[in-house]
Structures are given as C-alpha cells and as structure tokens.
Design a protein around this ligand. Structure first.
Ligand code: S3P
Length: 168
C-alpha cells in the first residue's frame, strides 16, 4: 500500500494545483488532483455535477476520489478546496502528511478572478470567499500536519518551504 508523499489542502485560490505540479516536477513523481479525478469518473465538469445533482452528490464522488488516491498514489496529491468538509474524508487523512496552504482574503480574491468554473463562488466572489475562509480555516488547521502561508509569495517560494519542511 502506497501513500502520497504529501497531500495539499486549502481553499480555492491557495494555489494547490500549481504548487503540487511544481513539487512533483522537483521530486520526479506524479501529481494527482481529486477535482480532475471526479470529473474523469463522472464524465462531467464539476460545475455540471453541482447544477445537475447538487453539492452533496459532488462530496460523495469527492470522498471516493480521495479514498482511491490516498490508497494508490505515491506522488503529490491536491484535494479540492471543500474536500475536508466531509467528516469521512477528514478521517481518511489521518496518518498522512497534509500541508495546509493558507491564503488571506485579498490574495484569494486576486487569484480566483471571476471564479469561472467554481460553482460555490457564484454571486459576490469576495463575500463568498470570505465566508468559505471563515468557515473552513479551522477545519484545514485540524487536518494539517503543517501550515504554509501563500500570501504575497510565488508558487516557487511556497514549494521551497514545503520541500524544506518535509526534508527536516
Ligand atoms: C470547491 C473547490 C474546488 C472544487 C469545487 C468545490 C470548494 O476545488 O472542488 O468547485 O468547495 O471549495 P479547488 O479548490 O481546486 O478550486
């Protein structure tokens, strides 16, 4: 049974996918992203799943994707921003190396732009992100073995810190 070298969690706009790709490149391992896995399994985009079946149905698909990836992937794994909301998904993370990429409101808003393709940001993007950060930050902190701030930093700089943390 393999385990990912690191699992990245954090809100939309934290840069999980970008940092995961950088780390995987440096370490010469594969990168995997549960958003991508859910879309591949469902044969639909996340926004379509939300509209057609609702968020609860998406979280179920996401939980299954996280379970599979944790069991069979040994590279870098990025989770969708809301995966940790599901208690069963949180339990799956126990014992893994989990890095919370934290981000403040203004950097998150800059990075997601108009929030295209992100159903939970429909409406007022800034207000939606603020609500998500307030609600979820304690949950990310609960599951994380390490926290790395991404505010005003390049993805390369963030990857450097994670590299150093995991080497120590
Ligand atoms: C979500 C984050 C998205 C995606 C879905 C729901 C969330 O992933 O899973 O739109 O609840 O925060 P990213 O964090 O990769 O954008």
């Amino acid at each position: 049974m393999s385990a990912p070298r690191v699992v990245l969690v954090g809100p939309m706009g934290a840069g999980k996918t970008t940092v995961a790709t950088l780390l995987a490149g440096r370490w010469g391992v594969a990168v995997r992203d549960t958003d991508h896995d859910v879309e591949a399994t469902a044969g639909r985009e996340i926004s379509e799943i939300f509209v057609d079946d609702g968020e609860a149905a998406f979280r179920e698909l996401e939980r299954a994707a996280v379970a599979t990836a944790l069991a069979e992937h040994d590279g870098v794994l990025a989770l969708g921003g809301g995966a940790v909301l599901d208690p069963a998904t949180r339990e799956l993370l126990a014992g893994h190396t989990v890095v919370f990429l934290s981000v403040g409101l203004s950097d998150a808003v800059k990075r997601v732009g108009l929030g295209v393709g992100r159903p939970l940001l429909l409406g007022n993007v800034r207000a939606r992100i603020k609500a998500l950060l307030d609600e979820r930050t304690p949950v990310y902190e609960q599951v994380a073995t390490h926290t790395v701030s991404t505010d005003a930093r390049s993805p390369e700089d963030v990857a450097d810190e994670i590299d150093a943390l995991l080497e120590a």
